[in-house]
Ligand binder design. Sequence first.
Ligand SMILES: Cc1cc2nc3c(=O)[nH]c(=O)nc-3n(C[C@H](O)[C@H](O)[C@H](O)COP(=O)(O)O)c2cc1C
Length: 336
Amino acid sequence: MNRKDDHINHALKQTTKANDFDKVRFIHNALSGGRLEDVDLSSQFCENDTSLPIYINAMTGGSEQAAIINIKLAKLANHFNIPMALGSVSAALKDTKWEASFRNVRTHYPNGFLLANLGAEHLPQNAQKALDLIKGDALQIHLNAVQELIMPEGDRDFSQWETNIQALVRQLNVPLIIKEVGFGVSLETALKLKTLGVQHIDVSGRGGTNFSVIENARRTHQYESFNDWGLSTVESLLEMRNIDNMHIYASGGIRGALDIVKALRLGAEMVGLSGYFLHLVTTYDLEEAIEHVATLIDEIRAIFCALGVHNIATLRSVPFILTPDLDYYVKARTKQ
Ligand SMILES: Cc1cc2nc3c(=O)[nH]c(=O)nc-3n(C[C@H](O)[C@H](O)[C@H](O)COP(=O)(O)O)c2cc1C
């Protein structure tokens, strides 16, 4: 079976019930004074204006099934004019027969903000090919060492990643986002990325799609140590409060409107959803999927209004508390 199909099928078996977003609580304001019609959800992604603070994060391309999913995602993104990242273009770089499964997204979303995606083992030449294929507006480079180590056929040598990232920063003329794939980004990693010239990080933490579980399901003998590995998205966002001059995006385990607003409150400029959109487009037809996303957006607006804020800037001063274990995490990391 094609690896991308394996990933899609295993990801579809995963559902996220509880995660660290449950450990962040807004303080209710019974006299919020909000007015729904004043709520403005606009933000910036890679320093481009966006009317909504959400995007479809990297998933597919590179199989027949992926091609169908990509077209559905593109139509959904086009309807709401939200940015969309495509799955790793490496499959099309290896075999040109898969190029259309990526290129078709641009056909169905001609004016959209599209992000190409590749692993950090790639050099600028491949990155440019990936961008050209979809007329990409930005590039995501994923850091997925844990996934590769568990993947039976995965890479085992990550020693060139920093050099490659530095070359990408220097040679590309589009914004570059460095992202994880569900294991989070620590302050130390973010500071290192900053020294390499990186200005955009998607923390993509633990709490949603779990690639350890997915890759373990593809192995005969499991590496169980990694099943609970990594920083949650909330932990990563709390770490990112200690870095400046860095654009922070949140993904990993975003289940709905409240998680989106919490991620924005914790400092994310935009919030990416993968598993959510994958389930949506494989469960519903386009019209029903549009209704679900419309409700999601209405609910985000309702939460802003309930909190008495009218935009992301004012949301950033809304009071919240962390449960004791998360609070302990923050204190322990501050002491280090
Ligand atoms: C089926 C599937 C395929 C994915 N493929 C990629 C990929 O090619 N490149 C990448 O950077 N991330 C990939 N991801 C990871 C997501 O972009 C995201 O980081 C991760 O799923 C956590 O978000 P979630 O909890 O909302 O799913 C994939 C996720 C899924 C579900």
